[in-house]
Ligand binder design. Structure first.
Ligand code: ATR
Length: 280
């Protein structure tokens, strides 16, 4: 440790938070860049979130990440919300500003887009229609990310059609809500299929969908990372399609947060990926 460098603290507030991979990711980068600092788990009950966030400054934290169940509630507790996070309706990163005020950001949209670009550097959001499965919290960041990147048509399929319709009304064009039963027809001519539902996650029911209607140039992404290779991704690979797992989003969303606090944009190396994969 270099005593001439400042000691920088950050962490992740969640409830529960014990299984978060974020400390492993950020502490890896702290070591890699020879920085003084630490990234810690911060188990914070929902009713104590306000106290905990106000305590960041006093405790000398540069900021924190927020995970379940705090991402929406925290928006009302910061002094400034970044416009992209405002649109998404959730923050996952808090930065203590030099004047002591708190700024809220959402780096999930960046993380998602970057995971696609890592898999196919020439990926473009306007390459063709996109089908998004699911209209929960995770879908919001992905819908905003795809729309911001210039997606021309987003077919949003959700079991509860009213939730998909509400998101389509809130975000507007290019999102169109479709019933869950039409998810296979929706794949016709699609350049990208994204699963944001919990279907296919360890311990959850399978995602039942035939990929027959997807064209050969389509990409398939799943934001689930336990298991890393979901049945959806295995089916995509079996057809020769590019398949993108959810670990890429998890690792990439951490990069801009780290940059906010530590002042350097860290890289996603195969070494880091393997280290986190070993914990899944
Ligand atoms: P998250 O914040 O991770 O997105 P969520 O808000 O609970 O979690 O959303 C879960 C998503 O998975 C929703 O789109 C949900 O569909 P509903 O809006 O109809 O609840 C979807 N989902 C969960 N179980 C499902 C199932 N058995 N069949 C179809 N969709 C399901």
């Amino acid at each position: 440790m270099n005593p001439d460098k400042p000691f920088i603290l950050a962490g992740v507030m969640g409830w529960p938070v014990a299984h978060s991979r974020s400390p492993a990711i950020h502490n890896h980068w702290i070591r890699e860049h020879g920085l003084n600092g630490s990234y810690v788990l911060l188990p914070v009950q929902p009713e104590r979130l306000g106290d905990a966030m106000r305590g960041l400054r006093a405790l000398g934290f540069a900021g924190c990440n927020l995970t379940i169940p705090h991402k929406v509630a925290a928006m009302a507790l910061v002094d400034r919300v970044d416009p992209l996070a405002q649109r998404i309706g959730a923050i996952n990163t808090v930065v203590v500003q030099t004047d002591g005020t708190l700024a809220g950001y959402n780096t999930d949209a960046f993380g998602y887009i970057q995971s696609l670009l890592d898999a196919r550097p020439d990926w473009r959001a306007d390459a063709g229609p996109v089908t998004v499965l699911g209209a929960g919290g995770a879908a919001r960041a992905i819908l905003v990310a795809l729309a911001e990147r210039g997606a021309k048509e987003i077919r949003l399929c959700n079991r509860s059609l009213d939730k998909a319709q509400a998101l389509a009304a809130e975000f507007g064009a290019p999102i169109r809500a479709l019933p869950w039963e039409e998810r296979e027809q929706a794949l016709e001519g699609c350049a990208l299929l994204v699963n944001t539902t919990s279907l296919g996650m360890k311990g959850q029911p399978a995602l039942e969908i035939s990929l027959d209607a997807l064209p050969p140039h389509a990409m398939v992404s799943d934001i689930i990372y336990v298991p890393l290779e979901t049945e959806l991704l295995a089916a995509a690979r079996a057809r020769g399609l590019v398949a993108v797992d959810g670990l890429g989003m998890l690792l990439n969303q951490a990069r801009p947060a780290f940059e906010h606090w530590f002042g350097v944009m860290p890289a996603l190396t195969p070494e880091l990926r393997h280290m986190v994969e070993a914990t899944l």
